[in-house]
Design a protein. Structure first.
Length: 275
């Protein structure tokens, strides 16, 4: 069965989490007699960004919310709690169930035939992808994608296994400097003992799930789930037969792809080609 997400966005009733967060920031700032520039200095951002956050036009990063909790008396963590709600509504409604699951997963196995997956993208790479879609909220989408990656810096991060097609390394998503930074990030993940990165060489004629990106998430408690990517929307699948099929396909993908050491060598070769 599919796990459906609500069709109605909280913005529809005129009171969005983003607007509520901004209003609370403005009220507390004005109560202290603090200027936007002064708050920006404390939060390491500019006056214009503070103004956009207060007007509900931008999603703040977590550090901004943490600064508000430090600066405003009796906040008691209120701004970080509000920010977590704001961030969730920065994602498309169909993607929110997956983000919630991703935050509690202990292992993530992901296959993508075309792109570096969002969970390990650099900001420059993510921005280049989103720019191609011409969204009205580009900065918010990039911020939300970067915030997802905090799970990889936890004391006990999920185990990550990525399988990508070799063509991902030649797809010129952005200028060489951006691609080089992305490859360096991939290499750090590939050489981290906690994670694995493999590439399927172009010479491989056929293999399971070819051309269909998907992820399998595992948890300390509860059954695995699958996220099938797609356009214009992906979906989460919890039906046991479908999950078993996806699991078996991923096992075959592991056997088909280059071993981890050879995959790192392929990545090193791609980095040299950029220079």
């Amino acid at each position: 069965m599919k796990i459906e997400s609500p069709a109605v966005d909280a913005r529809d009733d005129g009171v969005s989490p983003l607007g509520a967060f901004g209003r609370e920031v403005r009220l507390e700032r004005e109560r202290l007699g603090m200027t936007r520039a002064q708050l920006g200095n404390r939060a390491h951002c500019g006056y214009s960004l503070v103004a956009k956050i207060e007007s509900g036009d931008r999603v703040a990063v977590r550090e901004f919310a943490e600064t508000c909790d430090e600066v405003f008396p009796h906040a008691n963590g209120r701004f970080v709690r509000l920010w977590e709600l704001v961030l969730m509504f920065a994602y498309p409604s169909w993607f929110r169930p997956y983000v919630r699951l991703e935050q509690t997963a202990t292992a993530i196995c992901e296959y993508h035939p075309v792109l570096v997956p969002g969970l390990v993208q650099t900001e420059g790479y993510a921005r280049a992808i989103f720019q191609g879609r011409r969204p009205p909220n580009l900065d918010d989408l990039v911020t939300a994608r970067m915030e997802r990656q905090r799970i990889l810096t936890r004391e006990e991060p999920p185990r990550l296994w990525l399988i990508l097609e070799e063509g991902v390394l030649r797809r010129g998503i952005a200028e060489p400097s951006v691609m080089a930074a992305q490859f360096e990030q991939l290499r750090r993940i590939a050489t981290n003992p906690h994670h694995v990165v493999q590439f399927i060489p172009d010479s491989t004629a056929s293999y399971p799930a070819v051309g269909y990106p998907y992820s399998v998430l595992s948890f300390d408690e509860g059954a695995d789930v699958v996220h099938a990517d797609g356009f214009p929307a992906g979906h989460v699948i919890a039906e046991s037969d479908a999950v078993r099929t996806a699991r078996r396909a991923y096992d075959l993908l592991k056997a088909t792809a280059l071993p981890p050491e050879e995959s790192v060598a392929l990545l090193d070769s791609a980095m040299k080609d950029l220079t």
